[in-house]
Structures are given as structure tokens and as C-alpha cells.
Design a protein around this ligand. Structure first.
Ligand SMILES: NC(=O)c1ccc[n+]([C@@H]2O[C@H](COP(=O)([O-])OP(=O)(O)OC[C@H]3O[C@@H](n4cnc5c(N)ncnc54)[C@H](OP(=O)(O)O)[C@@H]3O)[C@@H](O)[C@H]2O)c1
Length: 326
């Protein structure tokens, strides 16, 4: 079996697998077409193959993802690190400029959500508690600082972080500079390479861990989306790949595949290795509800960074878009 490599999650000191598990999909609800049984098998298989970091959230399936994750972690028989998130109280993703922290993350609400997550997980402590959105206008406010400090002091939480708004890595620069967060979670993939500009140099300087999310652009970078692909009604991807988005994806992916030509490896593998080729990244967290996808992704850690020629090709395929927005 190919060995997994581990990286240090910034100042937390946690030694985590460079391929982590994105547990949004296994919550169900916004991601349809999976079953708990298959999800559990996929996560367990990934753990067998060396994975020891899982990213979930209270909002994923309204606690269902956390409950599955907790079950797996409790029975794993080895140390598995769990990151979860406090959902915005106003249920608005991403955070809106002009909306105050009192409507999104009041102190008591952060504390209550953490207790609910601990209950869902069935664990004594959360390794990384994250705010699920961030608005830089809150930088001077006391609520989040007090809550983070109190959560750590009480032992309910070991480290704290923020999940940065979609395609807006620079909105967290001032936050990272405060030294009050241990980790950031950010969209980073072949299409959105923007964190490389300002965020990554700063996280390295501040020794802040980086959790690279949506590495396969919600499935676009698996190369399996066609103009005819349909997602069930209510599935988040029916919205993400709406209208002419599928056509745009097909054009971009075909151009990418053409340029990659004879480069060794399937597209999802190249897409994940792209993320890991940047030393600022602590872990990359693909969603993988299928055992076969978990096995494929676990097997690439040992292959190391992509060569300069392949990276040069991928650099040319950065694509500025925001399919999450209206
Ligand atoms: N605001 C936030 O904080 C936020 C937002 C979005 C995501 N996230 C986090 O980031 C994680 C990752 O993002 P995501 O799950 O939305 O999207 P993603 O990782 O970009 O893509 C997941 C999709 O790729 C498929 N896949 C995975 N490996 C594959 C392989 N080797 N070959 C073919 N297909 C493969 C999965 O299929 P199957 O599932 O069917 O196996 C799934 O459909 C989430 O699970 C969540 O933890 C956080």
C-alpha cells in the first residue's frame, strides 16, 4: 500500500494527513445520491489508508455529517483530527458586507453551537472549531475573540479558525495578521489559484494552517460534468452547475485536458496534486462518498509535487468565476 504523507497544521502542531476528508456530501440534504452505508465505508476505507483529518460542519445535513463523523472517530482506534464549523446565525452564506456580527456570530450563539456539535460528535473536544463565514468588518469586534478564547480555555476546543468566503481569500488577510486564528479554510484549486498571491505568503509567515477546500471545484475538475449532466432537484450542484455553467465547464476542462496531453495521471489526481504542490497547504479535503474515489485519492499522496512543466500548464488555466453567487 502507498504510504500517506503528513503535514503540520500550522501552529496547532497537529500532524495531519495531506489528504483530508471533506464531509459536506455525507451529510445528505444538499448532496443527494449517497447513502450513509456507502459514506461510512468510504470514510473508514480512507482512514485505513492513512487519513486522519476530517472537515465537517454543524450545518452539513443539520448535524447528520457530524453524527456520522463522530461515530467513525470514536470507533477508529487511532487519533483522528476533527474540524467543524459554527453556521452563521442568519443562515446566509457567504457573509454579507454591512451585516453586523451581532446577527451572525453573537458570543452566546458560538458557545451554544459548539455544545451542539460536541453532542453530535460524541467527543470531549473539537480539534478545530471554525466560523463558517467571515466578514473583515468584524475584525475589531469582541464577540469572536472572546468566544475563541473561552472555548480554548474550557478545553472544548483545541484550535480555532475561519472558513473564508468563496473566492475572496484577501478578506482574511487582516484576520490572519491578528495572530488569533490557528487555521484558515479557503477555496484553492486549478481554477481558483488566487490564495497564492497574498494569503499563502502570509499564512506561512504567521504559521497558520491552511485547509484547501473544494479542490475539485464541486466536481468540475473531475472531468465528468457534461452539458447534459443533470443533478436531482434540491441538490446543491443543480444550482452550482445551472444555466450555461456546464457548457463553460466543459470548454475549460477540454482545453485543460488538451494542454495536459500526455501528462501522466487522471484529472482528479492532477487537480489534487496541484493543491499539494504548494507547501503553504496543510491538507486538501476532497468530498468522496464513494469507496473508489476515496481509494483513488488516498493513493496519490506518495506521488509528491507535480513537476514544473505540469505546474506551468496548470497555471495557464486559472479561471476567475463565481458559480456560488447569483
Ligand atoms: N464554506 C465552506 O466552509 C465550505 C464550502 C464548500 C466545501 N467545504 C468543505 O470542502 C469539502 C470539499 O468540497 P466539496 O465536497 O464541496 O467538493 P469537491 O471536493 O471539490 O468535489 C467533490 C466531488 O468530487 C467527486 N470526487 C472526489 N474524488 C474523486 C475522484 N478521484 N474521481 C472522481 N470524482 C471524485 C466526489 O464524488 P463522490 O462524493 O460521489 O465520491 C464529489 O462529487 C467539503 O466536503 C467541505 O468539507 C467547505
Amino acid at each position: 500500500m502507498v504510504p500517506m504523507k503528513y503535514r503540520t497544521l500550522g501552529r496547532t502542531g497537529f500532524e495531519i494527513s495531506e489528504i483530508g476528508y471533506g464531509a459536506w456530501g455525507i451529510g445528505g440534504g444538499q448532496w443527494q445520491g449517497g447513502t450513509d452505508d456507502e459514506s461510512l465505508r468510504a470514510v473508514r476505507r480512507a482512514i485505513e489508508l492513512g487519513l486522519n483529518f476530517i472537515d465537517t460542519a454543524l450545518a452539513y445535513g443539520e448535524g447528520h455529517s457530524e453524527q456520522l463523523v463522530g461515530r467513525i472517530v470514536r470507533e477508529a482506534g487511532k487519533r483522528i483530527y476533527v474540524a467543524t464549523k459554527v453556521p452563521p446565525k442568519n443562515q446566509r452564506w457567504p457573509a454579507q458586507r454591512g451585516v453586523g456580527i451581532d446577527q451572525v456570530f453573537p458570543y452566546d450563539y458560538i458557545m451554544e453551537c459548539t455544545d451542539t456539535s460536541l453532542k453530535n460528535l460524541g467527543l470531549d473536544a473539537i480539534d478545530v472549531q471554525q466560523l463558517h463565514v467571515w466578514n473583515p468588518e468584524w475584525i475589531g469586534r469582541d464577540e469572536w475573540k472572546r468566544a475563541f478564547e473561552e472555548l480554548k480555555k474550557s478545553g472544548k476546543v483545541r484550535a480555532v479558525g475561519v472558513s473564508i468566503n468563496d473566492h475572496d481569500p484577501d478578506s482574511a488577510l487582516e484576520l490572519v495578521k491578528t495572530g488569533l486564528v490557528d487555521t484558515v479554510q479557503v477555496i484553492y484549486n486549478v481554477f481558483d489559484q488566487s490564495p497564492e498571491r497574498n494569503l499563502f505568503p502570509l499564512t506561512r509567515e504567521m504559521n497558520v494552517g491552511v485547509i484547501a477546500r473544494v479542490p475539485l471545484d464541486e466536481g468540475a475538475l473531475t472531468g465528468t460534468i457534461t452539458e447534459e449532466t443533470e443533478f436531482p432537484k434540491g441538490d446543491f450542484r443543480a444550482y452550482y452547475f445551472r444555466g450555461d455553467h456546464r457548457k463553460q465547464v466543459v470548454e475549460h476542462v477540454n482545453a485543460l485536458k488538451r494542454d495536459l496531453g500526455e501528462v501522466d495521471g487522471a484529472l482528479p489526481e492532477i487537480a489534487l496534486r496541484f493543491c499539494l504542490s504548494n507547501p503553504a497547504v496543510s491538507t486538501v479535503i476532497p468530498g468522496m462518498r464513494r469507496v473508489r474515489n476515496a481509494e483513488a485519492n488516498m493513493s496519490l499522496s506518495d506521488k509528491g509535487p507535480l513537476d514544473a512543466k505540469t505546474m506551468g500548464i496548470l497555471r495557464r488555466h486559472a479561471w476567475e468565476k463565481n458559480f456560488y453567487g447569483v
